[in-house]
Write a protein that binds this ligand. Structure first.
Ligand code: ZN
Length: 133
């Protein structure tokens, strides 16, 4: 695993939170993207070298809707950049982590992604992401 690629924050209302984070960082979101398969709409902010992803549900069945129902708004996942997601999935499975996506899927921001179940990572949902070249 390389660096932290971004931190994902679950929010109820993307417009309200976009305004809030724009004030916080002094710059607006540079990108909006809907991931239909996940039932989420996302926005991305730069803060220096770091990236923050806001995620809001687009339907009540969305994993984000369920997360907010259970835990409220807040940090949803930490994403790590990887060079080769397929071999990283294999490696982490062998290490005993519960991988939620045996096959990487297409995520937001032009990435192949896979998630590790928080049960196997001290309660933190971890996203692996590899840039699609
Ligand atoms: Zn993410």
């Amino acid at each position: 695993m390389k660096k932290i690629e971004h931190i994902g924050i679950a929010v109820k209302d993307l417009d309200v939170s976009n305004e809030l984070f724009e004030k916080l960082f002094g710059a607006p979101a540079y990108k909006f993207e809907e991931v239909q398969s996940e039932g989420v709409i996302t926005s991305f902010f730069h803060n220096g070298p770091n990236k923050i992803e806001l995620l809001a549900a687009t339907n009540p069945e969305s994993p984000i809707a369920k997360f907010i129902e259970k835990k409220g708004e807040g940090i949803h996942h930490i994403a790590f950049a990887v060079e080769d997601i397929v071999s990283e999935i294999k490696r982490l499975k062998n290490e005993g982590f519960i991988v939620l996506n045996e096959e990487p899927k297409i995520g937001a921001d032009n990435k192949l992604v896979a998630f590790l179940h928080p049960k196997s990572t001290n309660g933190v949902l971890i996203e692996l992401c590899q840039e699609i070249k």
